[in-house]
Design a protein around this ligand. Sequence first.
Ligand SMILES: Nc1ncnc2c1ncn2[C@@H]1O[C@H](COP(=O)(O)OP(=O)(O)OP(=O)(O)O)[C@@H](O)[C@H]1O
Ligand SMILES: [Mg+2]
Length: 221
Amino acid sequence: MKLFLPEPLRVGELPIKAKEISKAYGSLKVLKDLNFTIVRGERIALLGANGTGKSTLIKILNGVLEPDRGEVIRDENLSIGYYSQEFESFDLNKTLLESLTEKCSFSEGAARAFLGRFNFLGNKVFQRIGSLSGGEKTRLSIALLTGNNHNLLILDEPTTYLDVLSQRIILDTLKEYQGTMIIVSHTEEFINELSPDKAFLMPEGQMVFWSEDLLEKVGEV
Ligand SMILES: Nc1ncnc2c1ncn2[C@@H]1O[C@H](COP(=O)(O)OP(=O)(O)OP(=O)(O)O)[C@@H](O)[C@H]1O
Ligand SMILES: [Mg+2]
């Protein structure tokens, strides 16, 4: 099944750089002097046990949260698509079709075809978002993110509590995505199939080339 995702917007060779990032919540020091550069097109798995600061780092990269020290340097053409359950912002009264035609530049026909590839078939596209299951909402989020031409996707645990079908569809979609990606997931099979180029390890704050022995870290919680 081919999805034909929109091509990501052009962006420079180094879409995003983090310099000397530090962040504490009160006396809890979460991030300490993190430095890294992400190269266009790279898929990066952000790995680390619970509470090591993955979501904090992601929010800082996104600009949702300011670091205490350091800075994030973003390419002027950077366009980030961000997924986190916490930040899922849907208008629950809208139908799937309305949300897609409003948030992505699709005609109604194209939107229906696109939704169909996410297994939202027939009259399902007229259903209100409020009545979708958790897995369906995540599937819709990924449709909305990849239906746009973002050049960086930052995905914070998109596979948590997913049914098998939703996981399969999301995985196939992300495999096809041509832009740069930073992903947190504790699902080994998912990360393995995405075959990341690199991993950023927390709490070490170290970027390393991907190798299969890192898979055992994926499941660490
Ligand atoms: N707004 C906040 N105020 C206070 N402490 C916070 C806040 N957000 C996170 N923390 C704490 O900071 C630490 C890092 O949290 P963060 O959510 O970034 O970790 P994480 O690696 O994403 O964890 P998980 O795998 O559970 O999602 C944790 O100890 C968490 O309890
Ligand atoms: Mg987290």
